[in-house]
Design a protein around this ligand. Structure first.
Ligand SMILES: [Fe+2]
Length: 181
């Protein structure tokens, strides 16, 4: 029997991404640690990496994608990156309540908001490993997406990056399977 659904459930994560893309029009362009282009690109691609890893790990791809989309919410909203993981707690609940009011049919539940409020503030500690699969997947997806976006990996996140690349069939022992033209 075919175990893979023909269609993934992704509607709410797309709605959340659209909510932040609309908000990005009012974000100040001045004094940002990262450009709005970078922030919105990383938001969308981390969500997609989360969907991929979630399907591999048997986690809910839609709520994982929402975590990926929102993980840098403090940086996105304020332009400041310092302590952005810890500061995300000021934004997750109020912004998701605002999102819920505008998206009656695609609400994020209180339990899901609690999950996001637990895992997003922990995502910067890439060298800490936990037994919570949702905490781990967000750290993994952030490290992998930054790498795929061309950001140099920090030494402290290399064990995590190598682990997630290995999970994807990329073995550090053999190197990356491509050649520059
Ligand atoms: Fe990130």
């Amino acid at each position: 029997m075919l175990q893979i659904p023909k269609k993934l459930e992704t509607r709410r994560s797309h709605k959340v991404i659209q909510f932040f893309l609309m908000r990005s029009e009012s974000w100040s362009k001045e004094n940002r640690a990262f450009s709005i282009y970078w922030s919105t690109s990383h938001m969308i691609t981390t969500a997609q990496v989360m969907r991929l890893l979630a399907t591999m790990r048997g986690l809910d791809p839609d709520i994982c994608a929402i975590a990926g989309a929102m993980h840098d919410v403090a940086t996105m909203e304020t332009g400041r990156a310092v302590d952005h993981a810890a500061r995300s707690i000021d934004f997750i609940k109020p912004l998701l309540h605002e999102y819920n009011e505008a998206n009656e049919k695609y609400k994020i539940t209180d339990d899901e908001i609690a999950l996001l409020s637990k895992i997003i503030p922990q995502h910067s500690n890439k060298n800490e490993f936990t037994d919570n699969p949702y905490v781990e997947i967000l750290k993994d997806a952030d490290a992998l997406d930054r790498y795929l976006q061309g950001v140099e990996a920090k030494e402290a996140e290399m064990p995590r990056l190598l682990r997630v690349l290995f999970d994807l069939g990329i073995d550090a022992e053999f190197g990356l399977r491509y050649n520059y033209i």
